[in-house]
Each structure stands twice: as C-alpha cells, then as structure tokens.
Ligand binder design. Sequence first.
Ligand code: UDX
Length: 438
Amino acid sequence: MRIVMIGTGYVGLVSGVCFSEFGFDVTCVDVDEKKIERLNAGEVPIFEPGLDALMQRNTAGGRLAFTTDLATAAGEADVVFVAVGTPSRRGDGEADLTYVEAAARQIAAAIRPGTVVVIKSTVVVGTCRRVRDIIRAARPDLDFSIASNPEFLREGAAIEDFMRPNRVICGVDDERAEQMLRRLYRPLYLRETPMVMTTLENAELIKYAANAFLAMKITFINEVSDLCEKVGGNVQEVARGIGLDHRIGGKFLHAGPGYGGSCFPKDTKAFASTGRRHEAPQTLIEQVIAVNDNRKRAMAERILAELGDGAKGATVGILGIAFKPNTDDVRDAPSLEIIPMLQAKGVSVRAHDPEARETASPLLPGITWCESAYEAADGADILVILTEWNEYRVLDFAEVTARMKGRTLMDLRAIYKDDDMAGTGLRYVPVGRKPVEG
Ligand code: UDX
C-alpha cells in the first residue's frame, strides 16, 4: 500500500509520519524545496512532542520519504491525501481553496486508474465534489475515487490524537474508497475506535460543526467567567459542576483569554460564511466569533486598567506567547492582540515563551525577549500569565517578587489556587474569580 501525502504542514506531516508508523509506505510531498531538504536531513520543521522520534524511526525503516516531485509520487500511489492549507480568504472569511484546487489539477495529471483521492484539508461543504469534477474534467476516462477524511488533531497532542482518536470520520461515495479507508485505519480496530462512514457532505460538515461547537463551549465559559468575577463566583467550580453532567461534559470549559490557533478562528469564520452563503445563518457562531474577538481586546484593557494612570512608561512581563502550551504556533494567539494594545499605551513589554520566540519575534516588534519567566519579571509592574505552560505552574514566588517592581500577578488562565498565594506578598488577579492579596 503506497500513500502519498500532499502538503507537509502540520496536518500532513503528522498524518504522514503516523501512517508510516502504522507500517504503510508513505511519501510526503511539498512544493517548498527547503522544507523537503530539511525533512530529508531529519529535521522536523514544527514543534510537536514525539514527532522527531517517529520520523527518524520510519525514515530509517524505509517507510517514510520526502519529495517535491508530486507527479512521480502520485503516479505510484494507491491513495493520495490532500493536506494543503486552506487559509481564511480576505474579506468574507471563507476557506481559500486555491491550494486544494491546484493540488487537484496536479493529481489529475499524475494518478493511475484505481487511485483513491482523500481530502484531509479542512474544506467547506461541497469541496470534495468540486475536486472530483476538476479531476474528471482533466481525465474524463480515468477511474478513481474521492473521499473526505477530516482530522481532529490538537497541536501538542497530535500524535496521541492520531493514534488514539475518539473517532475517525470518513466521507465516501463508493465501495472502493470505503474499503481503502477501513484498511488504512485497521491498526485502530484493536482499540475499537468508532469509524463513522458517511457521505462526503456530512464528513465536511462534521469537521466544521465540531470545531464551531468547541469554540462555542469555550466562549460560553468565558462569559460565565466574567459574571463569576462580578458576583463572587469561581468559574472553575461552576465549570466542574456543570461538566459532571454527561450531556455537557467537562472538557473545553477552561476560561481564558479567548481561543486562538490555526483552527478555531479560521474554521468558525468559514462556517459562519458558508451559513450566510446558503441562507442558513449560523447566528450562534457569528456571535461566538464577535465575543471571542472582543475578549482578547478586553484582556488588554484589563491589564491597562490594573496599571491605571501609570500605563505610560510601565513595564509588563508576559509569560506565554504561543496560543496554547506545547507548541510554537502563534497563529491568532491572544498575545498578538494584547501586546500591541499595551505598547500603544506606552507600556514596555518583556516576554518569555519556552518555544514561540522564533515564530513570534517578527510579529511582535519592540518587545524584550527573556530567557526565563524570572527574567520577564525583572522590573515588571505587572506579571501576566497568558499561556499555561507547565513551567509557569511552579513559579518560585519569592524570586518573582524579588525581581518585580510591582506586586500584581494577573493570571489569564487561572492556574493557581488562592491558597498558593498565601504569604507571597503578591496581589493575584485570576480570570473567573475575585482577586486575592497574598
Ligand atoms: C483544535 C481542535 O481541538 C482540533 O480537534 C482541531 O483539529 C484543530 O483545532 P488546537 O487548535 O490545536 O486544536 O488546540 P485546542 O487545544 O483545541 O485549543 C484551541 C484554543 O482554545 C487555544 O487557544 C486554547 O487555549 C483555547 N482553549 C481550549 C480554551 O481557552 N479553553 C479550553 O477549555 C480549551
């Protein structure tokens, strides 16, 4: 069985490497020659725990290769996955299908009869049929199949999510595609992973509806969090209390500075836009998008309010720049919204992140990068926890207070308990409950 994975971005690379770990023969293709060179040299271009070891093992085992030559690779494949990017289109927020369509045209020219073409990229409903039409138009006599197989990988936990998914979603419209996907995911049968075999349209919709629902859940708890702060509640206890109801579930109920990342912001916009286009407005999701955008700004205002009249010339230390821990990804990260707003008011920003410095540096001019959380606290009037990296969960508060100028620790992820603050001398301002004096 020969698999070709087109696109070595996050999804393509993780999926390709994991399929080779299942024992299949995988070739990953990308147009970016430098990237392919680096991959061939064994370098992993993204930060994803565990990926480098899997990549090494399978490259050494001869099951994993990287190339820019799509035509040759696709011409020898039994199954071709399309995992290229679908960024937000400027203006209407719909997913930009330029790369998917370009891949479809190249695949059309290269594949042999009997090949199954699987769309893994997140694409709006109807795209799989469009890809099929593109291939058919180019090769009217070619016998091939099309399928949809959306991914649900979380950055930082992507390998685990691939190897132990809650479910695998497969959109098919013929027997060959169904059998191919069943064969590819057979290694998961032992774990009794549910396989949802459905239509192309349903598979495309499931991906967007799942992400929209999760984004809505986070946004819901963020608004509840605001109310908790006003009325003496504690959002973590409220979340636990409602989450124990199995109909609600406890996951994705952590209040924070608003969701970011490569998926939720882009996919909610595309979903809302598709709804508008088909005159089935997704008003809940439209609202989720607006509330989440406002939230990031509100977090900056919260920090500025804490500084009061002294914002101009003040120093704020920021812990965590990535949109979440265990990744160097800063796409749509709250930090990118919050920090420029602080700078615009004359605040100097010192920042630390264990992984995201390189990716964030070009996007955040004028900040002072620090080697450690403690260095970020140096001379700071306020220290802000923005991303819940593990190393921020065990800060030595004596050192923090010794280095800071002020004594306010704002925790936008609420990772500490009030009791942890006892005797620290810090004023602890978490999201979702009232501040405490330590
Ligand atoms: C998400 C989906 O989980 C995954 O299934 C999909 O394929 C891609 O998008 P990812 O973006 O990697 O994955 O991260 P995730 O862990 O879902 O977090 C997304 C954002 O929501 C982050 O900014 C995170 O901080 C925020 N979040 C998440 C919260 O604020 N609260 C929560 O309870 C959970």
